[in-house]
Design a binder for this molecule. Structure first.
Ligand SMILES: Nc1ncnc2c1ncn2[C@@H]1O[C@H](COP(=O)(O)OP(=O)(O)OP(=O)(O)O)[C@@H](O)[C@H]1O
Ligand SMILES: C[C@@](O)(CCO)CC(=O)[O-]
Ligand SMILES: [Mg+2]
Length: 410
C-alpha cells in the first residue's frame, strides 16, 4: 500500500510568453516551465490520528479534517473528472466554520476536491500533507497550477497499490485542470499543462490536437520581476470576461489578434529571430494593457526597460500586479542589466530572478527508497517541517537536478 509510505511530489511554475487571457477563449498561447521554481508536497502517514492534516505554511494554513466527516460528504455526491458544483458547495460548507480568507479557502477547496474525488473512501487513511513552494504565491508564475499538479500526483499515488512511481501524466494533467478550476473558475489549462509536462508548449484550449512542443535553437533566458503587488487570477479573468461580454465587437478582434500574435511569436522563437520576438513582446504587453490587466507597478518595469534600452518587458500570467518578463537584447551590457535589477530592488522593493525557461515537469520521490540515506531523509523532513526554511534550503534539498539530488522520478 503506497499510503503507508512517505513520499513527495513536485511541479514547476510557468511563464506565459504570449497569449495570457486570450488562451481562456481558445486562442493559441506559448508558455514554458520555470523548472527551478517549484511546489513540493510531502505525504506522510499519520498513525496517531483519525484526520488528514493540511500544513500549508506559505499561506499560513493549517487544517484538520476528520476522515469520517469527509466520507459523509463523498457518500452523497457523484464523483468524476468534471467539476461537480454540489461537491464544491459541500466542501465550502465544511470549510465555513474555519472562516478562511480567499487565498487559504481556494487552496483548501482545491486540495479537498482532488483528494475526495481521486482517493476512494476505502483508501483514505490518516495522513499529513505538507506543502512548500519556492514560487511567489499568486504572482503570475503559475503557483496555483503547480500546487494542483503536485496534489493530483500525490492523490493518484495514494490510491495506487504499486510502489511509488509517477502516475500517467495525462491523468495528472486532467485532474490538475479540475484543481485549477476550483482555484480560479475558468482556466484555459495552459498552466497545468506546463506544470505537468514541463518544457515549452504552443497550446490551445479544447483543440483536437495536443499541445505542440517548442524547440527553440538556444535556451530562452529572461529576467522575471516580482512586483509583490497582490492580485488574484480569478478576479482578473472574471474582469476580462465582463469587458468582453459588454463589448464583444471590440474585445473579440483583440483576443483574435492576441492569438495570431502568439502563433507568430512561436515561429519567431523557433527560428531564433530575436528582433521579431522582442517586437512581439512589446505588442503583446500593449494588447494586455488594452484588455485592462496591467497595473502602474508593472508599467514601472516596462518604462525602466525602455529607458535603459536593454530589451522589452511584458506582464506575464494574469497581470494586475504579480510578475513581468523581460527579454534582453543580445547586446544588453551586463552592467546596465545589473543597474536595472538593483533599481527595481532598491527603489521599488521588487525582486528579480534571472531564469532559463523550459526544463522538467512534474516529479515524485519515494523517501523510503533505499537510495535515500537516513540523514538525508531526516533533513528533508525537517526542511518541510520548519516554517523558517528558506528558498535556498528548499532548493538545496529538494530541487530535482539540484545539489542534493534525491532520486526523483519524472
Ligand atoms: N505555496 C502555496 N501554498 C498553498 N497554496 C498555494 C500556494 N501557492 C499558490 N497557492 C494557491 O494558488 C492560489 C493563487 O493562484 P493564482 O492563480 O491567483 O496565482 P498564480 O497561479 O500564482 O498566478 P497565474 O495564475 O497568473 O500564473 C492561492 O490562492 C492558493 O490557493
Ligand atoms: C490569465 C490566464 O490566461 C493565465 C494565468 O496564468 C488564465 C488561464 O489561461 O487559465
Ligand atoms: Mg494560477
Amino acid at each position: 500500500m503506497t499510503s503507508s509510505r512517505t513520499f513527495a511530489t513536485s511541479a514547476p511554475g510557468k511563464v506565459i510568453i504570449f497569449g495570457e487571457h486570450s488562451a481562456v477563449y481558445g486562442k493559441p498561447a506559448v508558455a514554458a516551465s520555470a523548472s527551478s521554481m517549484r511546489s513540493y508536497l510531502l505525504v506522510q502517514p499519520d498513525v496517531k490520528d483519525t484526520d488528514i492534516s493540511l500544513l500549508f505554511p506559505d499561506i499560513k494554513l493549517e487544517l484538520q479534517c476528520a476522515l469520517e466527516q469527509l466520507s459523509a460528504i463523498t457518500a452523497s455526491h457523484t464523483l468524476g473528472e468534471k467539476l461537480n458544483p454540489a461537491l464544491t458547495s459541500a466542501i465550502a460548507s465544511l470549510l465555513e466554520e474555519h472562516k478562511l480568507p480567499a487565498l487559504q479557502h481556494s487552496a483548501a477547496l482545491c486540495f479537498l476536491y482532488l483528494y475526495l474525488s481521486i482517493v476512494p473512501a476505502s483508501e483514505r487513511t490518516p495522513t499529513r500533507f505538507t506543502l512548500r513552494s519556492t514560487l511567489p504565491v499568486g504572482a503570475g508564475l503559475g503557483s496555483s497550477a503547480s500546487v494542483s499538479v503536485a496534489v493530483a500526483q500525490a492523490c493518484l499515488t495514494l490510491c495506487s497499490h504499486d510502489s511509488i512511481t509517477p502516475p500517467p501524466r495525462d491523468t495528472v494533467n486532467k485532474w490538475a485542470f479540475v484543481g485549477e478550476t476550483c482555484i480560479h473558475g475558468d482556466p484555459s489549462g495552459i498552466d497545468n499543462a506546463i506544470a505537468t509536462h514541463g518544457g515549452a508548449l504552443l497550446f490551445a484550449k479544447d483543440s483536437p490536437t495536443p499541445p505542440r512542443r517548442l524547440v527553440p535553437p538556444s535556451p530562452i533566458v529572461t529576467v522575471l520581476t516580482y512586483t509583490r503587488i497582490p492580485r488574484s487570477t480569478k478576479t482578473l479573468v472574471a474582469g476580462v470576461r465582463s469587458r468582453y461580454e459588454a463589448e464583444p465587437e471590440i474585445f473579440g478582434p483583440l483576443l483574435e489578434s492576441m492569438g495570431a500574435l502568439a502563433e507568430r511569436g512561436c515561429r519567431a522563437l523557433e527560428e531564433g529571430d530575436l528582433a521579431t520576438t522582442l517586437q512581439l513582446v512589446q505588442v503583446c504587453h500593449g494588447q494586455l494593457v488594452a484588455l485592462g490587466v496591467s497595473h502602474p507597478g508593472l508599467e514601472v518595469v516596462r518604462v525602466l526597460t525602455d529607458e535603459l534600452g536593454i530589451g522589452q518587458t511584458k506582464l506575464t500570467g494574469a497581470g494586475g500586479g504579480g510578475c513581468s518578463l523581460t527579454l534582453l537584447n543580445n547586446d544588453a551590457p551586463e552592467e546596465v542589466v545589473t543597474q536595472f535589477k538593483s533599481e527595481l530592488q532598491e527603489r521599488y522593493g521588487y525582486e528579480t530572478f534571472e531564469t532559463t525557461l523550459g526544463g522538467s515537469g512534474c516529479s515524485i520521490v519515494d523517501l523510503d527508497d533505499a537510495r535515500v540515506d537516513k540523514n538525508t531523509r531526516q533533513t528533508v523532513l525537517d526542511v518541510f517541517a520548519s516554517t523558517e526554511s528558506s528558498r535556498e534550503q528548499l532548493d538545496n534539498w529538494l530541487l530535482p537536478e539540484g545539489p542534493t539530488s534525491l532520486p526523483w522520478q519524472f
